[in-house]
Design a protein around this ligand. Sequence first.
Ligand code: DGY
Length: 326
Amino acid sequence: MTRPSILISREVYPEVLARLGQHFEVDYRAVDAPLPRDQLLVRLADKDGALVMPPDRVDAALLAACPQLKAVCNCAVGYNNFDLEACSRAGVMATNTPGVLDDTTADIAWGLMLASARRIVAADQWVRAGQWDGWKLKGWLGQDVHHATLGILGMGRIGQTVARRAAGFEMRVIYHNRSRLPVEREAECRANWVDKATLLREADFLVLMLPYSPAAHHAIGAAELAQMKPTAHLINLARGGIVDDSALIAALQEKRIAGAGLDVFENEPALDPRFFALDNAVLTPHIGSATSATRMKMAMLAADNLIIALTGGRPPNLLNPVLNPT
Ligand code: DGY
């Protein structure tokens, strides 16, 4: 019996390759860079499934060019690279990797909050430039994180994990989400639901953790930034496009907010070059889930989803359950 054929669109761990090799004929592209769109279409044209990464766009055009395709498994929790409706129409199962990256992504929210509040990156650059001429009472003053108000926009698993960590800093935690958490969960997170205007007005640190959707496009734009405190810091670990980068750059240039810690950008990796001149922004290259242990778990989970999907089961992280209601 012929085994299903799959594409792995870019470099993964040997363990993941070995696991998939036990089940499938594998077309493996061992390159750690996105596969150009035209090549993705060609290599996927005769495949039953694919393990793909966030830049790989799975849309109606791709699905039309790949009639054999039954499953696309994203190695990421975010799946704005998938047109889910087109997948469902084409009968293609789509999966993501929720759960395994919550702690890792929550950790870096704290890294960015502290780096932004205490100006750690700019101070490091200043020391390396040989500019340090001694301790000063008013040198490199930042802001306290402890006892401040943490505001979280998007209170899914990762948002809740960020909230739980706030107890160590004895912070007040407020959040806004379309649906309110059950009271027991709010108590566990020590977080109170507020409307979006209150969140913007009262947060000292505003952490964005909502998934991208067209409705969330520019959820933070000029009008929202204008409602924030001049001492507030914006932390974006969600997705590019949720913040209007141009409006944010203007707010940071004019010091209308104090700082930002940004891991995701519009049109990344081609950032608006005005970001580079800002001394009140910490910029990281979409590394929210980037630890060895977590990236291995994500890749293994994506592989498991693919194996189950192509061997007749219901993958645990199926995004379009309409295809497989059992
Ligand atoms: C995710 O899993 O969505 C991350 O943003 C990818 O690192």
